[in-house]
Design a protein around this ligand. Structure first.
Ligand code: PLP
Length: 466
């Protein structure tokens, strides 16, 4: 499989190449050159597979030419071996026709583990094959950093430096990053906001001598490999509920649009997916777009679901590219204008074809709390502030006879204050993290300064390679 850029100015690349590159050099996102397709009988055969085998089967067309099937299968088995539920992605029914698929049974209790656990192993495999090493730098407001650290800790060919805004992540989220003792992990607490952290990461990538010297790489949600690793759980849910002989719909609490994009790809591959429902918090750019073709950026406001506090959903560019019939010039123009003006002028016919398949709903913090309480009272189910937004979207758009599956993206114990305010219950951390608050923390506080941060990255990498 070869990959092309949504902006059309980068040469086609293999899976291994785009895994390490992340973003295309023309500023676009990589997309597979063509869509793999499974027939109804091929889907049926997958019903019998354990999750790791299903994942390898579904992802194989995307890694073809770079990673042989046996290796992919081994990597998938190892990636999902340390989940704390035998089903890996269990389905729970909470109402008639409404299901929740739990994606939070990995080591950091959020759905990021589903892709990141595999990504860390894929990086390791490709770097060993090429006898190379890289430095992964990333900014996090919470879940991404800990998932990346868990997935990469102790891997010889990877140094990882994660920037988080000092004092602005939850205690659980910070401790999940800062209590990992491995020498290849560096945590920097930046005296600034999440946006400052992101700007510092961008500035490091823009500093070509530094980027080349440190061999910078990224594992953020624009990496295609992350999207690919998120397709299998949609397949697993659909097959359990009767696909390919019955349609299924999905509802997804959405931030950067990576998770729901994977559901759309599954549909493109022949899975009978009826509707895709986007859930937002007050940062509702996507739901404004889906309801009224209004894609205008507003300032980000903090909410109870911090992993969805975004202004621009990066992966939306991939959907746009596809609905523009892969016209990369049109896509590049729309995206550049969007950056400049903060408003995207999506042609009406493109908007209506997206609108035919996608629906959106937004919940403010008050509605989030009310719904957490209601679902807990009516179904004895504890949905975290992200998951509840998916559940509410799913409830709103479900159709008779078509199962609706809402994605549960975080364990409620990650958000104890919100859960207690809504239900009076303080959910316990699972046994693997029960001693999180007794572990020793390790991080360096740095000012919001590119020079200081680059020095800290250098010494972090040195510490790892010595
Ligand atoms: C990252 C994240 C999301 C948003 O997923 P996207 O792929 O960015 O749309 C939702 N919920 C939780 C808990 C997350 O960590």
């Amino acid at each position: 499989m070869q990959y092309v850029s949504t902006r059309g100015q980068a040469p086609a690349r293999s899976f291994s190449d785009i895994l390490l590159a992340g973003l295309a050099e023309d500023g676009g996102l990589f997309m597979p050159e063509s869509w793999p397709h499974f027939t109804a009988s091929e889907w049926r055969e997958m019903r019998a597979l354990p999750y790791a085998e299903l994942a390898a089967r579904v992802m194989a067309p995307f890694t073809a030419g770079s990673i042989d099937h046996k290796t992919l299968l081994d990597l998938c088995r190892s990636a999902y071996a340390n989940f704390d539920h035998a089903a890996i992605v269990p389905l729970v029914q909470i109402e008639d026709g409404l299901f929740v698929q739990e994606l939070f049974h990995g080591p950091t209790l959020a759905f990021k583990d589903m892709a990141m656990q595999l990504l860390g192993r894929l990086f390791d495999h490709v770097l060993t094959e090429r006898d190379e090493r890289v430095t992964i730098v990333g900014a996090t407001s919470g879940d991404t950093g800990s998932a990346a650290i868990e997935a990469c800790k102790g891997r010889e060919r990877l140094s990882v430096v994660i920037l988080h805004p000092e004092g602005r992540t939850s205690d659980v989220q910070r401790r999940q990053m800062t209590t990992v003792p491995d020498a290849n992990i560096t945590n920097l607490a930046v005296q600034g906001t999440f946006d400052d952290c992101q700007d510092l990461v961008k500035a490091m990538f823009a500093d070509a001598p530094f980027r080349n010297d440190m061999r910078l790489s990224a594992v953020n949600s624009i990496n295609w490999a992350r999207i690919a690793a998120q397709i299998p759980y949609y397949v697993a849910a659909a097959l359990s509920l009767g696909a390919p002989d019955r349609e299924v719909s999905f509802a997804v609490p959405t931030g950067n649009f990576g998770n729901i994009l994977a559901a759309w790809v599954a549909r493109k591959m022949g899975l009978p997916v009826k509707r895709l429902c986007v859930g937002s918090n007050r940062n509702d750019i996507l739901t404004r777009f889906l309801n009224a073709n209004d894609m205008t950026t507003h300032a980000v406001v903090p909410s109870l679901s911090p992993s969805m506090d975004i202004q621009v959903s990066s992966n939306f560019e991939r959907l746009l590219f596809e609905f523009l019939d892969r016209d990369s010039d049109a896509c590049a123009t729309l995206m550049t204008d969007f950056r400049k003006t903060g408003k995207m002028a999506v042609p009406e016919r493109v908007w209506s074809s997206i609108h035919e398949l996608f629906s959106g709903v937004a919940l403010d913090d008050e509605a989030t709390t009310t719904e957490i309480r209601r679902v807990h009272n009516e179904s004895q189910y504890l949905a975290d502030p992200h998951t509840i937004i998916g559940v509410t979207a799913g409830r709103k758009f479900r159709q008779p006879g078509i199962p609706m599956v809402a994605m549960a993206t975080a364990h409620p114990a990650k958000f104890p204050d919100a859960m207690r305010a809504a239900t009076g219950i303080l959910p316990a951390l699972p046994p693997s993290l029960a001693d999180l608050f007794d572990r020793e923390e390790r991080f360096r506080v740095v000012p919001n300064s590119l020079d200081v941060v680059e020095d800290a990255v250098r010494s972090g990498v040195l510490n790892n390679t010595r």
